[in-house]
Each structure stands twice: as structure tokens, then as C-alpha cells.
Design a protein around this ligand. Structure first.
Ligand SMILES: [Zn+2]
Length: 159
């Protein structure tokens, strides 16, 4: 079930999708969205405090619920209660969805201070900044990984 309330979310999500290369977008197409209202009031989640961000909880902070719970597999859900930094946030959260789709097996170097929190944030931040055109000349592994993922390393056929 997806529920997106508010034009700012719809517009931002469309823009985020435009920034993501098609082969990657296909791998996160199963994501669902709950945007523009409080997931706790809606009965979807318990109130969780996010230890990485003081004062923020699941009622206020964008986050992704992974699809694999201990006993069930459901679609991952991107929850975005408030319209803050929406395009970048959607790309970041879709990075978490991609990370899960790849079984959390790819480790990438942190590219921001926030990315230094843990390997999952490192993956999502690397994805976000790469989508925003950041190029790390010193990090051939990350660049090569994103180029392979997006099909950019396949030489064009000449006729
Ligand atoms: Zn994150």
C-alpha cells in the first residue's frame, strides 16, 4: 500500500525517479511509499526514536522500513512524514531500498559525515551523491560500482 499526500511529495518523487538511471530504478520499483502524514497515528509503526538524529522519531523523520522482517517478507516502505529536502531524501531512501535488494553485501566508503554512522548510511549517501553528479576520482571502486549498476560501463555498439 502506498499513500502519498501532498503535491510536494508527488513532484519530488517524480524528480527523484528522473535522477536515477533506469536499470537502478527497476531494482527499486517494488518500494512503497507513505508520505505526508504520521505513520504512528496511522497505526503503521510504533514510535521509534532515531538514535542518529537527536529528537527525531518515526513520526517526523524520513526513513525506510526494510521489507525483510524476522518472519515475513513485505515490500520495503519509504516513510516521509515532512516535506523537508524531499528530492535528496527520496534518492537517499531509495538507496536503502537498493541496498536491501543487493542483500546488504556491497560496502562503500562514507562520502559525508552522516555516512560515517554505519555501512547502510554509507551506501545510501554514496548513491544519493552519485545521482547528484558527485564524482570521486579517488574512489574507483565506488565509481565503478555505480557505473556497472547503471549500465554505463557497457560500451556502445557501433554499426
Ligand atoms: Zn539513511
Amino acid at each position: 500500500m502506498s499513500r502519498i499526500i501532498g503535491q510536494e511529495f508527488t513532484d519530488a518523487l517524480q524528480e527523484a525517479h528522473r535522477m536515477i538511471p533506469a536499470p537502478i530504478l527497476a531494482r527499486v520499483a517494488h518500494a512503497q511509499y507513505f508520505c505526508g502524514s504520521d505513520p504512528v497515528s496511522a497505526g503503521l509503526e510504533d514510535e521509534t526514536r532515531f538514535d542518529l538524529i537527536p529528537g527525531e522519531t518515526s513520526r517526523t523523520w524520513p526513513h525506510t522500513l526494510y521489507g525483510r522482517h524476522s518472519t515475513t517478507v513485505v515490500a520495503p516502505r519509504i516513510v516521509h512524514p515532512n516535506p523537508l529536502w524531499t528530492v535528496a531524501m527520496f534518492v537517499h531512501e531509495l538507496g536503502h531500498v537498493l541496498d536491501e535488494a543487493l542483500d546488504f553485501e556491497i560496502n562503500l566508503n562514507p562520502v559525508t559525515e552522516y555516512a560515517m554512522n554505519n555501512r547502510r548510511e554509507a551506501f545510501a549517501e554514496s548513491f544519493m551523491w552519485w545521482c547528484f553528479g558527485q564524482v570521486w576520482d579517488h574512489d574507483a571502486y565506488a565509481l565503478g560500482f555505480w557505473e556497472r549498476m547503471s549500465g554505463q560501463d557497457i560500451p556502445a555498439e557501433r554499426h
